[in-house]
Write a protein that binds this ligand. Sequence first.
Ligand code: ACM
Length: 267
Amino acid sequence: MAFFRIGVFQFAPAFGEVDKNLARVEKAVEASERADLVVLPELFATGYQFVSHAEVGKLAEPVPGGPTTQFLLRLAKERCCVVVGGLAEKDGEAVYNAAVSVGSNGVLALYRKIHLFAEETVWFRPGDRPLPVFEARGTRVGIMVCFDWRFPEAARTLTLRGTDILAHPANLVHPHCPDAMVTRSLENRVFSATANRTGAEERGGKEKISFTGRSQVVSPEGERLIAMDAEEENFRVVEIDPALARDKHVTPQNDILRDRRPEFYER
Ligand code: ACM
């Protein structure tokens, strides 16, 4: 299996300034070495702290017709890569906290976050589709969004569906996720790429939200191949061997998928 390059972009999107945020992504990706897969944060084009349904409705976009997906399609074509990024998706009257995956030939997957966090439950409908796995250059990429990390079932389901790399757009506010994602990688023997945002938002008289940064790429052995700090704004790329995620052995006798005992996991 060929080597594969994963890039993660950590930055502080400006709330509501979609054009500016898209331009920042473009500049960072263009200035960097090429990646096969680029992972961007959750809600990277809009920012996070919405204050009204009208605001969410105005900033949410249809997929693939909206400006953010169209921008990602152009970026994917120009850079010959696949991009996964989080966005507010509008489908008729419904608005979802979604993540889209696009390649040079179009949209590969659309995921609507199934575990909404805190006030997201006010603004978004819960996801209504399965956790998706798609193929990029022979490598299988699964998508989960931010708070999905608290539910080990999400990463395990993606693993059982054949994922080699967990693409994980995030807007994290709790400190435990980077360590938990090391465990998600270890317990599933998959790579994980968490693209978190940094900075803070304090809008409409609401409590300030500080985002925790520390974006990372973790190997199936639990090694951090990229580890950003809490504040840096950076696009970093690492080369991996996806074949490592296809070998589920942890000892010659133990294969962590084959050794599962689902008959004992029923309640
Ligand atoms: C989160 O799911 N944005 C914490």
